[in-house]
Design a protein around this ligand. Structure first.
Ligand SMILES: NC(=O)CC[C@H](N)C(=O)O
Length: 252
């Protein structure tokens, strides 16, 4: 298809990446754009023999940037869950990361998960978190839960920090990434409320391109590179105190 042909002839691959998803794509203290998704994108580009061009996407643009004709980016790695509704608009690679959603609150403020039902909750527009959090709080017994959808991770975390909401919900890794900025202040509450398998977003109907990405992901997995990148961001020596949330054994 056209994306495969263009990437292979120009030797440039454009990747849509988040700049506020800690630790997937974010700006670190040294003002560098880093993260698990950034490393994965760089590794894929290298193996395709291409130069990587990084483009910022947010939760509201990450799908449209691969949907336009021609696409603004050739692949999107932005902690994006592979959902059927999204797959109607774009294609996805095989799953390259597994997470699930939880709630994050100030330490000691949620004694019982049921307390969440009547709290002000923050989530994000353009993500699965807004839908999942509402559904979960309804299950807990509040037919009209107060869930606000913020513009992105920074705005959502700021709402929690300033006390405008009492808890926030999204993928557990993102919650822990932000919580790590203020050690000891916040904690995850309750169990996973959803499954969030991440896929790389790709332009629709370009099977040569999708195959190239899928086989490259398998190669990255098979030779141990995936484990190295994974450990750098999520392992015991990383800057983030992650419990193993990702089902790293997902591929044989
Ligand atoms: N920032 C996010 O999008 C996290 C939520 C979830 N992974 C999603 O794709 O919607």
């Amino acid at each position: 298809g056209p994306t495969y042909d263009r990437v292979m002839s120009t030797k440039v691959v454009k990747a849509g990446l988040s700049n506020q998803g800690i630790p997937f794509g974010f700006i670190n203290d040294k003002n560098e754009w880093v993260g698990f998704d950034v490393d994965m994108a760089a590794e894929i580009a290298k193996r395709l023999g291409c130069k990587l061009e990084k483009v910022v996407v947010n939760n509201n643009t990450r799908i449209s940037f691969v949907q336009t004709n021609p696409p603004k980016v050739d692949m999107v790695l932005s902690n994006m869950t592979h959902k059927r509704v999204r797959d109607e608009k774009i294609d996805f690679s095989i799953t390259y990361f597994f997470d699930g959603q939880k709630f994050l609150a100030r330490k000691g403020t949620v004694k019982d998960v049921a307390d969440l039902a009547n709290m002000k909750i923050g989530s994000m527009q353009g993500t699965t978190s807004i839908v999942n959090a509402k559904a979960y709080l309804q299950e807990l017994g509040n037919p009209n839960p107060q869930v606000t959808g913020y513009d992105g991770e920074v705005a959502m975390f700021e709402a929690l920090n300033s006390g405008r909401v009492q808890a926030i919900s999204t993928d557990s890794t993102l919650l822990l990434g932000y919580a790590a900025k203020v050690p000891g202040k916040y904690e995850l509450v309750g169990d996973f409320i959803s499954d969030e398998p991440y896929g790389i977003g790709l332009p629709q109907d370009d099977s040569a391109w999708r195959d190239a990405i899928n086989f490259t992901l398998q190669d990255i997995w098979k030779d141990g590179t995936y484990k190295k990148i994974y450990d750098k961001w999520f392992g015991p020596d990383s800057d983030y105190p992650f419990p193993l949330t990702s089902k790293i054994e997902m591929w044989p």
